[in-house]
Design a protein around this ligand. Structure first.
Ligand code: NAP
Length: 469
């Protein structure tokens, strides 16, 4: 007996489009799959490469952290999942199109922009936000041509979070220490040739308020040719009321910093100066940065108060690592003050959801994104018992009409294999840093590579992805 249209409709899987293939996007896909049932998930990314901040944000010398991509790969290779790399929402397809084609759309696009410092002089040449600077040394195509001038004996990094430490460490490490990283060639050449000897890490509050995690802070004490230095007079701060867990974390940081207080820079060529209660008030210089004016501060009942005293740090490079913000997405609401998409535990509107940093702001470690995925998957399951919209088929047709060139997971695997093959050991890969270079790999070797690099099941996944290379 032939199935009626209604019956056929009732068998349609719930179609979910996830915009962004970073950790938040993959945790959402994983949670949707874990719920069982018939769901089909398409993960879109504007770059041909998946994994978002795992590739472009996590420091190049933190290869162990990047291994979480193996777990995301297992999700990408599930038959229900398809990766659409090189497909930009807002360019190749609009959010409204996706919402009309998919039962649910999940925004997982992160917070790609730097928060401004908001002080005079920050537009001078030689001042960079960490999104740009980290993107540059990690080979993000958007920042390929940043070309920062590192020809200065001193750099200032504003912020006391882990990104500030990442930047300081990458600038401080020797060529040997970075040999097993995937620092891109253009950055490696510039950093190794740079005469930077003093790296100033500025915290506007005290050591007990610093947001460093302790493992990362301790790494600063394990560098071959850079000595961390802290002023013992700044380390006596009492820790205010807080949870036992937070107190332990802060005590650990204070103990680590106390270990930096007595160090002798000796013959090390570089020094990393931790300078607390230091509020940058102006970037000095002409067209180029020549220094930072800093106001001394103290905490009174948890409030930051300027003492009225200022000093200057001469430096030719300033990197602000003070957090990130999102940008508005056409077709989605936006809270400009908080720099996020307003949402109720991930639900933005009917059929529209948000996870990760675009949902809650740029906080937490990679795994902090997992609960967001679980919450949204639960909401989607509660809202839909079956699929009603055409999903993937409609997206393929739209992309074909738009002349887009989606890169499927098998295509990424070929790019990945080429990057690994091009590496000089012990470096794990030599990244392509332009989209055209990545696409050229697919043009040059359309039939090779998948089986060599793919884990079990990848060949099958590749065959199931006819629309994308
Ligand atoms: P973050 O942890 O929020 O740190 C931002 C820092 O910037 C804070 O010290 C903040 O000081 C300071 N700041 C903000 N506005 C400022 C201003 N106008 N002037 C001076 N200082 C200012 O942010 P992040 O370092 O960008 O990291 C983002 C998230 O990624 C964090 O959750 C981080 O742990 C995570 N991450 C983790 C790793 C890792 O695990 N290895 C690596 C990188 C990033 P106040 O505290 O006074 O506001």
């Amino acid at each position: 007996m032939r199935a009626s249209a209604a019956d056929r409709g009732s068998r349609r899987p719930i179609g979910v489009a996830i915009v962004g293939s970073g950790p938040a996007g993959f945790y959402a896909a994983e949670a949707l799959l874990a719920g069982g049932g018939d769901v089909r998930i398409d993960i879109l990314d504007r770059l041909p490469t998946p994994f978002g901040l795992i590739r472009d944000g996590v420091a190049p010398d933190h290869q162990t952290t990047k291994k979480v991509a193996l777990k995301f790969e297992r999700t990408a290779l599930k038959p229900e999942v398809r990766f659409y790399g090189n497909v930009a929402v807002g360019r190749d397809v609009m959010l409204d199109d996706l919402r009309s084609m998919y039962d649910a759309v999940i925004l997982a696009v992160g917070t790609p922009l730097d928060r401004p410092l908001g002080i005079p002089g920050e537009d001078k040449s030689g001042v960079y936000g960490s999104a740009a600077f980290v993107g540059w040394y990690n080979g993000h195509p958007d920042f390929r041509d940043l070309d920062p001038d590192l020809g200065t004996p001193a750099a200032a990094i504003v912020g006391n979070g882990n990104v500030a430490l990442d930047v300081a460490r990458v600038l401080a490490k020797t060529e040997v220490e970075l040999a097993d990283s995937d620092l891109v060639d253009h950055a490696a050449q510039a950093i190794h040739a740079a005469p930077i000897a003093d790296i100033h890490i500025l915290g506007r509050r005290g050591p007990a308020e610093a947001k460093f995690t302790n493992v990362e802070l301790r790494e600063m004490g394990q560098l071959r040719d850079c000595v961390p230095l802290a002023d013992p007079a700044q380390l006596g701060e009492a820790i205010g009321p807080m949870s036992d867990r937070d107190r332990r974390l802060r005590e650990k940081n204070l103990a680590t910093l106390a270990g930096f207080a007595d160090l002798d820079a000796g013959t090390a060529s570089k020094r990393a100066h931790f300078r607390f209660f230091a509020v940058p008030t102006e970037i000095l210089g002409g067209d180029r940065v020549e220094g930072v004016r800093v106001a001394r501060a103290r905490l009174e009942d948890g409030r930051l108060v300027l003492t009225g005293e200022t000093f200057e740090i001469p430096c030719g490079l300033v990197i602000s690592a003070i957090g990130y913000r999102s940008q508005p997405i056409t077709g989605a609401p936006f809270d400009a003050d908080r720099g996020i998409v307003p949402n109720d535990d991930g639900r933005v509107a009917d059929g529209l959801y948000a996870v990760g940093w675009i949902k809650r702001g740029p906080t937490g470690v990679i795994a902090s994104n997992r609960p967001d995925g679980v919450a949204v998957a639960t909401s989607i399951r509660a809202a839909f018992d079956r699929g009603r919209k055409p999903g993937r088929q409609a997206l393929d047709a739209l992309l074909a009409r738009a002349g887009a060139r989606p890169v499927g997971y098998a295509g990424w695997q070929r790019i990945d294999a080429a990057e690994r093959a091009n590496a000089t050991p012990p470096a794990p890969r030599r990244k392509f840093t332009r989209v055209a270079e990545m696409l050229a790999v697919l043009d040059a070797a359309p039939d090779r590579g998948d089986r060599q690099s793919a884990p079990r099941g990848a060949g099958e996944a590749a065959r199931k992805q006819p629309a994308a290379t």
